[in-house]
Design a protein around this ligand. Structure first.
Ligand code: GLN
Length: 184
């Protein structure tokens, strides 16, 4: 299986390593012609959503990525990637790819709790260790299904071919979430 990893900025290398660990092939998406290649799924990594959104627009990638997701390409957005997928960002007018029925709250854990690790149940996978880095959470879902919550805050959701995670599964020992995505 060949998975495209958006490689404009942020934590894309870690996702590529995880994909290799799962026996899948990683393919870096850096420019417009890459998105026209054949691949089976797409990962939007953590990083800075504002910067990634700007680069997606400048490189002419925003619309082709949106269309491929709308056409059913499986996509996993982690952290900043979750923000890219969200149809709404709380307190902002900005929408990036905007294909998923969730409202994201950016930098939601404040400064003190900006980065932390927690164990939580993930629907279908049991308890997982989750690492949060200046993470968003999902303030609400409209059409998406909630897969994980911590202290009443939604940290993972799925809507058909789209998976959004507030945490960083690429930083864990376990490849459970990447395997879950590959099954999608
Ligand atoms: N705070 C970042 C943003 O708003 C996300 C942080 C991350 O991806 N680790 O894009």
């Amino acid at each position: 299986m060949k998975i495209g990893v958006l490689a404009l900025q942020g934590a894309f290398i870690e996702h590529e390593k995880k994909l290799c660990q799962c026996g899948a092939e990683a393919f870096e998406i850096r420019q417009k012609r890459d998105i026209d290649c054949s691949f089976d799924g797409l990962i939007l990594p953590g990083g800075e959503s504002t910067v990634m959104g700007k680069l997606l627009n400048e490189l002419g990638l925003m619309e082709p990525v949106r269309q491929r997701i709308k056409a059913g390409m499986p996509v996993m957005g982690t952290c900043a990637g979750l923000i890219l997928l969200a149809q709404h960002i709380a307190g902002e007018d900005t929408v990036h790819i905007g294909t998923m029925g969730i409202t994201a709250k950016r930098n939601a854990y404040g400064r003190q709790l900006g980065s932390f690790r927690a164990d939580a149940g993930f629907k279908g996978l049991g308890t997982l260790s989750m690492t949060f880095i200046r993470a968003p959470y999902i303030e609400s879902v409209s059409t998406a299904e909630v897969l994980a919550e911590i202290d009443g805050r939604i940290v993972a959701a799925r809507e058909g071919n789209q998976l959004a995670l507030a945490f960083h599964p690429e930083l864990e020992q376990s490849a459970a979430v990447h395997e879950y995505f590959l099954r999608m």
